[in-house]
Design a protein around this ligand. Structure first.
Ligand code: PMP
Length: 486
């Protein structure tokens, strides 16, 4: 333990030790139940006598800050009855630059549950179902790669756009979806969130205008806010972004990027129609605005025909396309990809280097192996069947339990259902009560540039729970809705 001691100080050494512990215990630097060194070890470490440390420990113990367990050692005591150490301990004298940083943080629209969170809470917030992750197959694949590639798999893997065989494999997956690409145009990223971030950092500067669908993916909004971009939302309907409204906005605001999620949109679940895809590309080309196409889940299709990606219509590098294995496989992989043509590609590669040097070499190799031996496609078929049943279960439960004043459209794939509440009802009022009743959803306020607009909406994920759990969760939601109406 590095306790700074000043032998010249008028404060005795035992007091300096005691004060150091006091401060660290109070600020949470030493959390409850952490073992601290024995008096002998600490005395040796600090080069002081054992009695000095014993005096310090005796004072701390009599103030209830530490306790001794016979035969086990000395530990930090809990300052708070239910062991609720404050998560952000605030020293009285933050350095000035820290204070400036707090000013930057925009208060999120947070919802506090009205009661302690129930053990049997059914949360419709997540993404896929971890119980369906291919744990066994993946374990085998990791072992295969380590056996065949050895320590090469554990190196950085060089500064480039990613593990070449995986880039080639992704290019083939994209070809099967009608998107023509060369492996040299594929950049491997740490999830598609990094792709989003790289594109913004390369193309945009604070104050630039970005166009988004309204509603749109919340962490894209958070990213744009963090980069101090000006966000303009174009409303969506059942056919996705109302591209017909775009031209005057392009003329007025001169945006530097258009961000779109054309397939099974997050949070709306709808797809951008083919004519709108064409119009969007046409307008973007005409007004010289890049399109960032976020295709996060298009392979999870339950029915209907896949429409051509905007990228597949793009002839001259207008579109940057990002994809991910997070939803189709598992998010903990942290592997996504970006497809871009033209001079921007090299800029993006360099931005990636300076950000994190490389995406995990081991995981890229494992993923490539997993896909090339056919396991990925088999898993995708299984997940699609599973999630389709769950979508059906949620739709049936919503129709059974919810009043007709709550409306929704049935998505043909993806992960989410978007609910419209009566106009005068707020998801922020509903959520604490819902949690009290044992069900959680994602409030609509998170998905709009202006959170107010999302009050009459909520997003449900249908993929995480079994049909029985879904039915129970929706029943609880309906009970909450009827209570709030009373
Ligand atoms: N885009 C959309 C639309 C998403 O919903 C998500 C994650 N929920 C991401 C991008 C980022 O995913 P990841 O970084 O895990 O690939």
């Amino acid at each position: 333990m590095r306790i700074p001691l000043d032998p010249q100080s008028r404060t005795p050494l035992y007091r300096q030790i005691e004060d150091w512990f006091r401060e660290n215990i109070h600020t949470g630097g030493l959390p409850p139940d952490v073992k601290i060194p024995s008096t002998r070890d600490l005395a040796d470490e600090l080069g002081v006598s054992r009695i000095t440390v014993k005096n310090a420990y005796a004072n701390l113990e009599s103030d209830g800050l530490i306790y001794t367990r016979e035969g086990s050692g000395t530990f930090v005591a809990s300052l708070f009855p239910e062991d609720k150490t404050p998560s952000t301990a605030v020293p009285a004298n933050w350095p000035f630059w820290q204070l400036e940083a707090t000013e930057e943080i925009q208060e999120p629209v947070e919802v506090t549950p009205a009661a302690p969170i129930r053990d049997d809470l059914i949360s419709f917030i997540g993404v896929g179902d971890p119980r369906a992750f291919p744990l066994k197959d993946f374990t085998h694949t990791i072992r295969d790669v380590l056996e065949s590639d050895g320590t090469t798999a554990l190196e950085y893997g060089g500064l480039h756009a990613g593990y070449y065989p995986l880039r080639k494999t992704i290019s083939q997956i994209l070809a099967s979806q009608g998107i023509q690409s060369r492996p040299e145009e594929v950049l491997i990223t740490a999830g598609s969130q990094q792709g989003l971030s790289l594109v913004c950092q390369t193309l945009l500067k604070p104050g630039d205008v970005v166009i988004v669908e309204k509603p749109t993916y919340n962490f894209a909004l958070e990213l744009f806010r963090a980069l101090r971009l000006k966000i303009i939302g174009i409303p969506v309907d059942r056919q996705g972004m109302q591209v017909e409204q775009l031209e005057p906005v392009l003329q007025q605001y001169h945006p530097r990027m258009i961000y779109s999620i054309p397939v099974f949109q997050n949070p709306g679940g709808m797809c951008l129609s083919a004519p709108r895809r064409r119009l969007l590309l046409e307008l973007a080309s005409c007004y010289n605005v890049p399109i960032l196409e976020d295709d996060f889940v298009s392979d999870l299709r339950f029915e209907g025909r896949a429409l051509p990606a905007i990228k597949s219509l793009d002839k001259n590098g207008q579109v940057i396309y990002i994809g991910t294995f997070s939803k189709m496989l598992m998010p903990g992989l942290r592997i996504g990809y970006l497809l871009a043509r033209g001079p921007i590609f090299e800029r993006l590669v360099r931005q990636k280097w300076v950000q994190d040097l490389a995406t995990s070499n081991l995981m890229q190799r494992v993923l490539d192996r997993y896909v090339t031996v056919g396991r990925y496609q088999a898993h995708l078929r299984r997940s699609t069947r599973l999630y389709r049943k769950r979508r059906d279960a949620m739709v049936a439960a919503l129709r059974r339990y919810l009043p007709p004043s709550v409306s929704f459209d049935v998505p043909h794939g993806g992960l989410f259902l978007w609910l419209r509440l009566p106009e005068d009802m707020s998801c922020l009022d509903l959520l604490p009560l819902a949690m009290q009743n044992g069900v959680e959803f994602s409030p609509g306020t998170r998905y709009f540039p202006d959170p107010e607009e999302g009050k009459p909406n909520l997003r449900l994920n249908f993929a995480t729970h079994t049909p029985q759990e879904i039915e129970e969760g929706i029943r609880r939601l309906a009970v909450t809705l009827s209570k709030i109406r009373e």
